[in-house]
Design a protein around this ligand. Structure first.
Ligand code: NDP
Length: 310
């Protein structure tokens, strides 16, 4: 026998927990499946200084613990586990948790987020959180007046390099080709910024460091095979994100990069009763606070959907 759930929320980042807070307060008896990374991407960062309401800053894990506690305070059933399969071909919506537990949901809010891509170097893993970061807006502030590097040549890399140039002494952009993928306007912004030096045709071989964290990076010019060492304290990845949408793709419309497409100004997907919030449907803003905002929208959209169904 399947368990019957009124509002199933998949994912436990700011989008998932905000959806849970609103859904619980609207008596939708939400059940949250935390997923493989309880608390989401913010738990991988240290200090968060741009989430409104915390003028003194707060650590990522603490912020997420507080959101979880707030969701539970209103009766959200938070479960450690993850969704392994969905079947949105009929209604109620069928979902399988942990390979075996069958659920029939009247509404589903997908808040599974996205995962930043890394280069896959051993040294990158070693210094993750000690100078290696995939979020300049989160961690750039710690490198004030220092030298840093950004890897990538897309809009995100340009945006992050420009942001870091406002804080740091010097920003290297490590670009693997001899051109940028970014839009012309973003290209112009980095090409004209005197604090940004673009290292064309370069790949990162190793990130160097000591007990204090990152101290440099060893690069290779993929045209000339020449090696180069740059002295930096921060190494920022901006080579794209992968939205966590694999199990939904059979049913939901996604863009060419796999992000779920939602109706403009709402969190509705192409399947009635299925809503998407947070980074899983947002390749652009990707902030904790924007994810939380769209989580609120998803709960309200689910509430309206269920009310109209009755
Ligand atoms: P993109 O996929 O657009 O760019 C990724 C960049 O990283 C490319 O330059 C790519 O190089 C490089 N790259 C990928 N893998 C590696 C690797 N292993 N080693 C070195 N370099 C690598 O991702 P973005 O996150 O920049 O953008 C995602 C989407 O979001 C885009 O559609 C973008 O336009 C949009 N966006 C818009 C913004 C805005 O409008 N302000 C801001 C941020 C994002 P290569 O070019 O050689 O493939």
């Amino acid at each position: 026998m399947s368990e019957k759930v009124k509002c199933l929320i998949i994912g436990s980042g700011p989008a998932g927990y905000t959806a849970a807070i609103y859904a619980a307060r609207a008596n939708l008896n939400p059940v949250v499946y935390e997923g493989l990374q309880p608390g989401g991407q913010l738990t991988t960062t240290t200090e968060i200084e741009n989430f409104p309401g915390f003028p003194e800053g707060i650590t990522g894990p603490e912020l997420m613990d507080r959101m979880k506690a707030q969701a539970q305070r209103f009766g959200t059933d938070v479960r450690f586990g993850y969704i392994t399969k969905v079947d949105f071909s009929g209604y109620p919506l069928k979902v399988t948790a942990d390979h075996t537990h069958e659920i029939e949901a009247e509404s589903v809010i997908i808040a599974t987020g996205a995962t930043a891509k890394y280069l896959g170097l051993e040294s990158e893993e070693k210094y993750r959180g000690l100078g290696v970061s995939a979020c300049a807006t989160c961690d750039g502030f710690f490198y004030r007046d220092k030298d840093v590097a950004v890897v990538g040549g897309g809009d995100t890399a340009c945006e992050e390099a420009s942001y870091l140039a406002g804080l740091c002494k010097k920003v290297y952009m490590i670009v693997r080709r001899d051109e940028l993928r970014a839009s012309k306007v973003m290209q112009k912004r980095v090409l004209t910024n005197p604090k940004i030096e673009i290292l064309w045709n370069h790949n990162t071989v190793e990130i160097l460091g000591d007990k204090s964290g990152v101290t440099g990076a060893r690069l290779i010019n993929n045209k000339t095979n020449e090696e180069k060492i740059i002295n930096i304290h921060g190494f920022f990845l901006a080579i794209g994100h992968t939205p966590n949408t694999d199990i939904f793709k059979e049913y939901l419309q996604t863009d060419k990069n796999g992000y779920i497409i939602t109706e403009k100004g709402s969190t509705k997907t192409n399947i009635p009763g299925v809503f998407a919030a947070g980074d899983v449907q947002d390749p652009k803003y990707r902030q904790g606070v924007t994810a939380a905002g769209s989580g609120c929208m998803a709960a309200k959209d689910a509430e309206t959907f269920l009310a109209e169904k009755e």
